[in-house]
Write a protein that binds this ligand. Structure first.
Ligand SMILES: Nc1nc2c(ncn2[C@@H]2O[C@H](COP(=O)(O)OP(=O)(O)O)[C@@H](O)[C@H]2O)c(=O)[nH]1
Ligand SMILES: [Mg+2]
Ligand SMILES: [Zn+2]
Length: 351
């Protein structure tokens, strides 16, 4: 059975008492702001901290720090937490927001637009009111780049499968980037299966610069979020793709005065080489990636190779239990063990 997500050392919760304004006035819990119209936004969220976020201004491309309050930004907007759920933070990297500048390098988030999509995972624990907590990793993205290394750490098909499902269920196009190609030895290439299944696979090596041009061209003009285990080489790859412009991130850490590690939370990176629309998001590594709001019965839809199966039980769940589903034809498929692990975790309600 897949282990539960246990959280990361970088986990933090934003201001739990954000119902209370600075002056001690209690803002009604029920009062929610309405979503902004997209024409009202003037900035994109580039990095999120407790009670503050770094935003990139549309007009000048400048980045400034803005305060946000849960009550004033958390709206009825599409893509925001529904009944029974609570977002760990009301803003996420990639959110389109309206900000009001109060000084050359700071301001306040006044409102937030509906999200066209979002990549989220369950955050550990529940809030005070027993609601499930959701961590939105990034919003409004075109592509999820699933990075998995050839070695160090070993290629992990289980995590690739989970990210593929998360992307497709969120309406985000996934591509697989196989990193650290220089560590290839022996004949095993477990990622080739994904190309055979019709997924886009980009073998790359950040160290030697192999395959990076192809990936760069594929992502040009798009907002892409890079995800994968810690240490697979996401940041190294982005450094090559962006032409070592990640130094900019360090400068921003100075601005927050916190000396944060560049990828202790998701961060929208600047892309000067291409069109203004291109935006790439680096994320901290995850050990496990839980799937949100996915019914076990829906799981086979996310495995294209299962679609052609004509098992003798109609609506077969392809569940590997002795005698459970006689006549199931899924057992010989390469991704069957991975399917079963994910199915079992969904049936156990673990995400
Ligand atoms: N051999 C090899 N090592 C790499 C490559 N890319 C990154 N690394 C190393 O892998 C480690 C983790 O890289 P990093 O970019 O921080 O990974 P991240 O946690 O996914 O952002 C570092 O020690 C890098 O030097 C590569 O193409 N080949
Ligand atoms: Mg990194
Ligand atoms: Zn079956």
């Amino acid at each position: 059975m897949a282990p539960k997500f246990k959280g990361n050392s970088d986990d933090w919760l934003d201001d739990q008492s954000s119902r209370r304004s600075g002056k001690g006035t209690v803002i009604s819990k029920k009062k929610k702001a309405d979503a902004l119209d997209s024409s009202e936004a003037n900035a994109t969220v580039a990095e999120v901290f407790p009670r503050q976020c770094r935003v990139r201004l549309d007009e000048t491309g400048e980045e400034i720090l803005c305060g946000y309050r849960r009550a004033s930004v958390l709206g009825h907007a599409a893509g925001h937490a529904e009944e029974g759920e609570r977002d760990r933070s009301p803003v996420a990297v990639g959110d389109r927001v309206q900000i009001e500048r109060s000084s050359p390098d700071s301001g306040t988030v006044k409102g937030i637009c509906a999200r066209r999509n979002l990549l989220a995972r369950p955050a550990p624990g529940r809030d005070r009111t027993q609601k499930k907590v959701r961590q939105v990793i990034a919003a409004n993205v075109d592509v999820l780049v699933i990075v998995a290394s050839v070695g160090e750490p070993e290629f992990s098909p289980g995590l690739v499968d989970r990210f593929l499902i998360a992307a497709e269920s969120a309406g985000i196009h996934p591509v697989i980037c196989v990193s650290k190609l220089d560590l290839l030895n022996g004949s095993e290439r477990p990622w080739e299966m994904y190309a055979d299944l019709g997924y886009e696979v980009f073998p790359c090596c950040a160290k030697k610069g192999q395959g990076t041009v192809q990936l760069q061209e594929r992502l040009e003009g798009l907002t892409a979020v890079f995800c994968g285990h810690s240490g697979v080489g996401k940041t190294s790859l982005l450094r090559v793709l962006l032409g070592t412009e990640l130094g900019k991130v360090g400068a921003v850490s100075e601005a927050t005065g916190k000396g944060r590690h560049t990828t202790s939370s998701a961060v929208l990176l600047e892309q000067k080489k291409f069109s203004a629309k291109t935006a790439w998001i680096d994320t901290p590594g995850v050990r496990e990636f839980g799937l949100m709001n996915l019914e076990p019965e829906a799981l086979p839809e996310f495995f294209p190779e299962f679609k052609e199966l004509v098992c003798s039980t109609q609506g077969c769940l392809h569940y590997d239990q002795p005698g459970a589903e006689p006549g199931c034809l899924a057992h010989s498929l390469p991704r069957y063990p991975s399917y079963c692990r994910i199915l079992e975790s969904l049936l156990a309600g673990e995400n």
